[in-house]
Design a protein around this ligand. Structure first.
Ligand code: AMP
Ligand code: ZN
Length: 312
C-alpha cells in the first residue's frame, strides 16, 4: 500500500513537470526564476478573462456587489483572524529597511557579498493577502440589510508553497463570492452553489466532483483543527484530475466560517444577532490549467461546446 502511494506520488510529480514544460513552451506561463511565480502569456490571460466573463454572465441575477482590493492588506487583519496560529508556513509578511546610514552600508555590503541580510529588515504594517475575502470582513462592521450581503471579489493571493506543480503557485488569483447574513440563508446559499459550481465546471468539459475537505493547518495542533473542520463539514472542494486521477486538484472551494469573522468584526444581521459568513472561491489559474490539460494548449482547437461557452 505504502509502495502504491509512493508510486502514485512519483507519477504525479512526473506529470507536473511535463505539464509545466508544456505550459512554458506554449507561452501560456512565463518562467520567473522561482517555483510558483509565473508571468501569464496573452492566450492564458485572454482565456482567464473569458472564464471570468462566463461566471459573470451565469451569476448576473445574483446581483453580487463587485469590490476590489490590492493583494496586500493590514497586518493586524492577519493577526486578528488567527491566520498565524493556523498557517504560519503559508503567510507572506512584508519587511523593509528602517535603519540608519551605517546600517544601510552594512545592508549593501552583505547583499554584495551574498551574505544573509535579513537581520537588517523590519516588519512593516502590511502582509500579502492570503485569500481574496480577508480584506472584506473588517469593512463590514455593523448591521447588514435584511437580505444580508453578497460580494464578488478577485485578488491575487500569496501562499508560500513553492512547488514544481504548475497548479500550486505562490501567487495566484482567487475569485470569491462572499455571503453574509442569517445562518439559514448562508447555509442555503452555499448548498445552492455546490451544485451550480459542479454544473458550471462540467459545462466546460472538466471531470469535476465535490469532496469534503480541510485546510492545511500547521503542526500537531493543526491536526485537531482539520478533524473538526471535516466533522462539522465546514469546507468542501470541487476537485478535478489535473496531474493525477488518484490525487485530484481542488479548483473551487466552499468555506462556511459560521460566526468566526463576524464575531471578530461585529457583523450583525438585521435581527441584531451575530451574522454568519461563507465564501466560495474559484482558483482561476487552476481552472485555466485544468482546461489546458484537458483540452490542449491551443484554445482555438478546444471542443466547440466548450468554446461556445467561453467565446459566445
Ligand atoms: P482555499 O482558500 O485554500 O480554499 O483556496 C481557494 C481556491 O484557490 C482553491 O480551491 C484553489 O482552486 C485555489 N488555490 C489554493 N491554493 C492554490 C495555489 N497554491 N495555487 C493555485 N491555486 C490555489
Ligand atoms: Zn474566502
Amino acid at each position: 500500500m505504502a509502495q502504491d502511494l509512493a508510486s502514485v506520488a512519483a507519477d504525479k510529480t512526473k506529470a507536473e513537470l511535463a505539464l509545466l514544460r508544456g505550459l512554458l513552451e506554449h507561452g501560456l506561463l512565463i518562467d520567473c526564476g522561482v517555483p510558483g511565480i509565473y508571468g501569464r502569456g496573452p492566450v492564458f490571460e485572454d482565456t482567464l478573462q473569458r472564464f471570468n466573463d462566463f461566471v459573470s454572465r451565469l451569476t448576473v441575477h445574483d446581483q453580487a456587489t463587485p469590490l476590489h482590493f490590492p493583494p496586500v492588506m493590514n497586518r493586524t487583519y492577519m493577526e486578528r483572524v488567527d491566520y498565524l496560529e493556523s498557517f504560519p508556513h503559508l503567510a507572506g509578511i512584508i519587511f523593509s529597511f528602517k535603519g540608519t546610514d551605517l546600517q544601510h552600508h552594512e545592508l549593501v555590503s552583505k547583499v554584495r557579498a551574498g551574505e544573509d541580510w535579513s537581520q537588517l529588515q523590519s516588519m512593516t504594517e502590511v502582509v500579502l493577502t492570503p485569500a481574496a475575502c480577508h480584506p472584506l470582513y473588517p469593512i463590514c462592521t455593523g448591521t447588514l440589510p435584511e437580505s444580508g450581503k453578497l460580494i464578488d471579489l478577485t485578488s491575487y493571493c500569496f501562499r508560500h508553497e513553492p512547488s514544481p506543480d504548475p497548479a500550486r503557485m505562490q501567487m495566484f488569483r482567487m475569485r470569491e463570492h462572499v455571503r453574509m447574513g442569517k445562518p439559514d440563508a448562508v447555509v442555503a446559499w452555499r448548498e445552492m452553489w455546490m451544485e451550480r459550481g459542479i454544473a458550471l465546471l462540467k459545462d466546460l468539459g472538466l471531470d469535476a466532483y465535490l469532496v469534503a475537505a480541510n485546510d492545511p493547518f500547521f503542526g500537531r495542533g493543526g491536526r485537531m483543527l482539520a478533524v473538526n473542520q471535516r466533522e462539522q463539514q465546514l469546507k468542501f472542494e470541487i476537485v478535478t484530475p489535473i496531474t493525477s486521477s488518484e490525487i485530484p486538484t481542488a479548483i473551487m472551494s466552499f468555506n462556511y466560517h459560521q460566526d468566526h469573522f463576524s464575531k471578530l468584526y461585529d457583523i450583525r444581521s438585521s435581527d441584531g444577532e451575530t451574522a454568519h459568513t461563507a465564501c466560495l472561491g474559484f482558483g482561476l489559474e487552476r481552472i485555466m490549467i485544468a482546461l489546458f490539460k484537458t483540452h490542449g494548449f491551443a484554445p482555438a482547437r478546444w471542443p466547440a461546446a466548450v468554446r461556445q461557452k467561453l467565446w459566445p
